[in-house]
Design a protein around this ligand. Sequence first.
Ligand code: MTE
Length: 322
Amino acid sequence: MSLRDALRIPATEITDEAVYRDRRRLIAALAASTALALPGCAEADPPAPPRAPITPQQARSGFRTDETLTRIEDVTSYNNFYEFGTGKADPSKARKTLRTSPWTIAVSGECAKPGVLDQTDLLKGLTPEERVYRLRCVEGWSMVIPWLGVPLAAVLKRFQPTSKAKYVAFTTLADPRQMPGLVYRSIDWPYREGLRIDEAMHPLTLLATGLYGKPLPQQNGAPLRLVVPWKYGFKSIKSIVEIRFVEKMPPTAWNDLQPDEYGFFSNVNPNVDHPRWSQKTERRIAGTASKLFAERIPTRLFNGYAEQVAGMYKGMDLRKWF
Ligand code: MTE
């Protein structure tokens, strides 16, 4: 069975890998060969490849941005996944040790149909779609990533949450045999995150299964991770093994560790600084920009998704509920 079959993504839904990876290389190679005949052209940067235009519906929904993508080599080599170490390059070790199949997810709590399901059953009948989102880390860097995934709401509804389900809690696998970073108590493992139910059900909230048209690499949180684009990246919990519908705001890993640094909501907000990092600007890692010296751009409220999500926080003091 091919990977595409395994993910049940129709060919029409997948942009060929060449569009992402090889076009630039091809153009560069062509430019180089032309340069032999046309001296002086060798330095020219190849023109950016054309991308499918964004439909007005996609723009309105925030499902796709046409900002320059972060290169796949950066998306998969500059990561935060503390279960594998605290260095940006450490998570790529996950490729060797994290077994992502079989993989079960336990769903419990305030719902009519709790269960323990294999990942394929969890996603049965749902077709992963592409979403091109900005990802803003609280450390002050950002990326633009073409994810594949299903709306989290479509998955959660299958378990029929009750009216008592006010929040959804998520837990990452914590297996020291697969995750060497667990020996360091940098976090009180397992990594835990949570969303209010309306945030979890919001159309932008994605349960990601892949990126750049391929299954999710281990270092990015295979086989299933959250992507909540208007919140700081740490809310986008990786390698999920448990989902619980709960009545009270659930404890979360970073909030437990430093409650005055990491709030439960953690909506991207340039007006509320983290004690160690200004949140006014961000280092955008995209295209061929250097990772460490990339251009600084202004950070936008709700990471630029205010039109879609601000209504959920009406009347809330965002300084208090940071
Ligand atoms: N999930 C788990 N389980 N462990 C982690 O350390 N790091 C978070 C988030 N999810 C983290 C996690 C942080 S701080 C960020 S910025 C994003 O993952 C980074 O996602 P990426 O490595 O795919 O860019």
